[in-house]
Design a protein around this ligand. Structure first.
Ligand code: UFG
Length: 332
């Protein structure tokens, strides 16, 4: 299939693009390169179009010219703390950006969309694991803007005959097996890359946000899902989405891991202790987030390969060792 990936040069988008390429599809990235990296896209001169999702007419033209059948909409801002500090940017990128993508699809007659949604749309819950029908009560602008984008997609689908699959990621993590592609943002706020930046001497220590949560060791519990497993889910969803259809899936491993357990797994991978300090809680952080992935396993036959955090961080460590300054070390 001819598939366009907005944000296809970013962390999850480019992992999906490479996966689709290896599984018989014809993917193209559309990315403004604010967070994305040219080097993350194989054959970038043919497979990367530099553009912004805000430019709906340009995007519509690209969709038409390349006879796109499915859009995978990854492009977004995705840091919980940044969204609290600067909600305007998050509404512009995540809500207006999604509207612009949907309008381009209508103009070009593309009727199938996959959307990167998030566990942050659920907010704070005491009962785990979360199912797709658990109440969505987001607590941060990141979560509210992603939920608003879900509503936009559902309303457009009803009125204009689209078909959608919403994939609600829990904590995307890991890197590809040969250590060539991994997580690299200009402004990093995510746990695993920050731990490895400390291990590589780029930061003095890891600050652990909160040691007083009601969890086994007092630190937050998250559900880490490998980007290769996310990529397989996108392939399965793209191959089965049809106009008129609307589906939603949680994308997690079903396993909860504390921040200290992630740190220990990283120390094991690196082979030495990693300096850290427990400080106050970070605003907007739920204590525990764990997915029930049962629905996508049952309905699409998703078969994730990674359920152990130690394996996930080993792939990430390989990437960080091989590219200690990320993609930009070679000017790309
Ligand atoms: N953490 C620290 N220190 C840091 C960074 C993170 O202790 O320097 C902790 C956080 O408090 C949290 C855990 O590590 O408990 C994971 O934090 P991340 O920032 O890596 O990820 P989040 O859980 O905040 O957010 C991620 C994705 C979102 C997604 C969300 C769902 O970035 O896109 O998971 O929970 F919506």
């Amino acid at each position: 299939m001819k598939i366009l990936l907005t944000g296809g040069a970013g962390y999850v988008g480019s992992a999906c693009l490479r996966w689709l390429l290896h599984h018989g599809h014809d993917p193209i990235a559309y990315d403004n390169l604010v967070e994305g990296n040219v080097a993350a896209v194989p054959d970038a001169s043919n497979r990367l179009i530099v553009g912004d999702i805000a430019e709906s007419d340009c995007l519509a033209q690209v969709l038409r010219e390349h006879r796109i059948e499915v859009v995978m909409h990854f492009a977004a801002l995705a840091s919980v703390p940044d969204s609290i500090a600067d909600p305007e940017s998050y509404y512009r990128a995540n809500v207006l950006g999604t509207k612009s993508v949907l309008d381009a699809m209508r103009t070009a007659g593309v009727r199938k969309i996959l959307f990167s949604s998030t566990a942050a749309t659920y907010g704070f819950h005491s009962e785990m694991p979360l199912r797709e029908d658990s109440p969505q009560l987001p607590e941060t602008p990141y979560g509210t803007t992603k939920l608003a984008a879900e509503w936009l997609i559902k309303d457009y689908t009803r009125a204009y005959g689209l078909g959608y699959t919403l994939l609600r990621y829990f904590n995307a993590s890991g890197a590809d097996f040969d250590g060539e592609h991994g997580e690299d943002r200009r402004h990093e706020s995510h746990l695993i890359p920050l731990i490895f930046q400390v291990a590589l001497g780029r930061r003095e220590k890891l600050l652990i946000f909160g040691g007083d949560y009601p969890t086994s060791d007092g630190t937050c519990v998250r559900d880490y899902v490998h980007t290769e497993d996310l990529a397989q889910a996108h392939q399965l969803a793209a191959e089965s989405v049809e106009p008129g259809m609307g589906r939603t899936y949680n994308m997690g491993s079903g396993t909860g891991v504390t921040v200290l357990e992630v740190l220990r797994a990283c120390e094991e991978a690196v082979g030495r202790p990693i300096p850290h300090e427990i400080v106050g809680r970070r605003s907007g952080d739920p204590g525990v987030l764990i997915a029930s992935p049962e629905k996508i396993v049952r309905e699409l036959g998703w078969s994730p390969r990674f359920s152990d955090i130690r394996e996930i961080v080993l792939t990430a460590w390989k990437w960080h060792q091989r590219h200690p300054r990320g993609y930009r070390q070679d000017g790309t």
